[in-house]
Design a protein around this ligand. Structure first.
Ligand code: HEC
Ligand code: HEC
Ligand code: HEC
Length: 429
């Protein structure tokens, strides 16, 4: 039955594509590149903050590359999509795009010439942007340094490399439309909803997706995936045993270490780094909107009886590994502040149904954002064998979380090691 429905959807998507191809959205004429002086300082400043709130830098800048010049690779289950150059270069960037073309790309997922864009670009969320915010973003990007750099060709199989197919996808999964405030909610909560559902697209990672990569609306923020990490549920049943407070959430969202929830790492790290650079009122609004969704259910309570002293399951080797490799930072307070990790009993990574994040943390460690001070844990990929990590994980799951060992552990360890090998081998682009 599931296969039949899948096949049906695929057929309709292709038919939609053919239709949309025939009708075809139109190109918007080029303009003379606007003079930077034509924008007000206040507009450019808010544009910079909005660019932070939408993490434009994360996806449009390669490591060590020119800001916003594109080429950043986004791996999907179908292939690799590369971001474009959004500096105002007239040949390779968006220098000759009008305000109208720019706003349409963010809110309708179309480039200036009318080609459909891949939803790896989160326009399914950016569609909620107000005219005013789209104008401020335009002012910000048009006043950046133009960089000449041609976008890299996507690496996708047929028929997915044929953009008209996206018209069919959009027919099913894309709701174009501006944000509509809830009349019963406060201005703060409405602003938070506008950011979380729109520009800051929390659901792009924290909402599960269907087999065609569309977010499942009914499971909004109930746990998804991002770049080989699990983005834990932040609504409904949470994996974290400790509840969230407003102060704790705001600290976590802006990259500070919190005793109950650790520090934002993996794909959440650049989110927090950006949120640390926006006005407090924006973060406040995000927290005000998300927090009530988080109270609804702590996943499970950490068993009071389990302590790190118990060997458990006769797993003495696990206990010894933990004492030798981890306890100095994860038990009580370690003297070096930046090497102080949380009590692992409270860690979402340890309490999640999948071992993904736990393995990511242990093998890759935690490094602060480039050029910043912050929480540090060494990468232990070279210090632990697969067998040792398996034994250690079983010990911690039992002693700290009172849970059975993970079923997916062996597979996850080899996947994560493979991903790390590929990242190391990758040449600087
Ligand atoms: C999650 C990654 C991601 C984020 C975040 C992101 N983009 Fe993009 N963006 C992309 C990708 C990938 C494409 C190319 C899509 C394609 O080729 O179909 C793209 C395309 C675009 C385009 C179309 C350019 C062209 O030449 O066709 C514009 C404009 C753009 N992004 C602006 C922005 C702005 C402004 C922000 C922040 C508010 C932003 N993007 C945030 C991934 C991202
Ligand atoms: C690019 C993907 C991505 C985006 C966008 C994103 N997150 Fe996350 N988030 C993650 C990942 C991955 C983790 C797990 C990282 C960790 O444990 O350090 C995480 C962790 C969290 C946590 C901690 C959960 C726990 O149980 O420990 C909270 C809270 C959170 N995110 C809130 C948000 C909010 C609010 C937004 C939008 C403003 C957001 N995230 C946007 C990927 C993302
Ligand atoms: C040099 C100190 C140090 C050592 C040694 C260390 N860690 Fe960490 N660990 C940290 C810091 C700092 C963090 C980031 C703050 C946080 O999230 O607790 C962290 C984070 C983690 C997390 C993520 C917690 C969460 O949900 O946010 C896990 C899981 C973890 N460490 C497990 C281990 C294990 C298992 C070992 C031993 C094999 C280990 N660590 C050794 C310092 C250390």
């Amino acid at each position: 039955m599931k296969i039949l429905i899948s096949a049906l959807v695929v057929i309709v998507v292709l038919a939609g594509a053919a239709l949309a191809y025939a009708l075809g959205p139109s190109a918007i004429a080029t303009v003379e590149r606007p003079m930077p002086e034509s924008f007000s300082g206040a507009e450019v400043k808010r544009g910079a903050e909005l660019a932070r709130l939408g993490y434009c830098n994360t996806c449009h800048t390669v490591r060590g590359g020119d800001p916003y010049a594109g080429g950043y690779a986004i791996e999907t289950s179908f292939g690799t999509i590369y971001s474009t150059n959004i500096t105002p270069d007239e040949e390779t960037g968006i220098g000759r795009w009008s305000q109208e073309a720019f706003s349409r790309s963010l809110r309708e997922g179309l480039d200036r010439e009318g080609h459909h864009l891949y939803p790896a670009f989160p326009y399914t969320h950016f569609t909620k942007l107000t005219d005013q915010d789209a104008r401020a973003l335009y002012a910000f990007f048009m006043t950046r340094t133009p960089i000449r750099r041609s976008p890299r060709e996507n690496d996708l199989p047929f028929p997915l490399n044929w953009r008209p197919v996206l018209a069919g996808w959009k027919l099913f999964f894309f709701d174009s439309g501006r944000f509509e405030p809830d009349g019963n909610a406060s201005d703060t909560v409405n602003h938070g909803a506008y950011l979380v559902e729109g520009l800051s697209h929390c659901g792009a990672c924290h909402t599960p997706r269907n087999f065609l990569q569309a977010e499942k609306r009914d499971d909004f923020l109930r746990g998804g995936e991002a770049e080989g990490w699990t983005a834990p549920a932040i609504a409904g049943d949470l994996p974290t045993p400790k509840g969230w407070t407003e102060a704790g959430l705001k600290s976590y969202l802006t990259g500070s270490f919190t005793a109950d929830h650790g520090v934002a790492a993996g794909p959440m790290q650049p989110v927090a780094e950006n949120l640390a650079a926006v006005p407090a009122a924006d973060v406040e609004a995000i927290a005000a909107y998300v927090l009530p969704k988080m109270r609804s259910g702590a996943g499970k309570l950490a068993p009071a009886a389990a302590t790190s002293e118990q060997g458990g399951n006769g797993n003495d080797e696990g206990r010894v590994l933990y004492a030798g490799l981890c306890a100095s930072c994860h038990e009580a307070s370690s003297p070096a502040r930046r090497a102080h990790g949380m009590n692992l009993a409270d860690s979402s990574a340890l309490n999640e149904a999948t071992s993904r994040n736990f393995v990511n943390f242990v093998l890759a460690g935690v490094q602060p954002p480039e050029g910043r001070a912050g929480s540090f844990m060494p990468a232990l990929a070279g210090s632990l064998t697969d067998e040792q990590l398996t034994v250690l994980a079983a010990y911690l799951r039992h002693a700290k979380a009172g849970l059975r060992p993970w079923d997916d552990l062996g597979k996850t360890i080899s996947n994560v090691r493979e991903t790390m090998r590929r990242a190391d081998a990758e040449p600087q682009r």
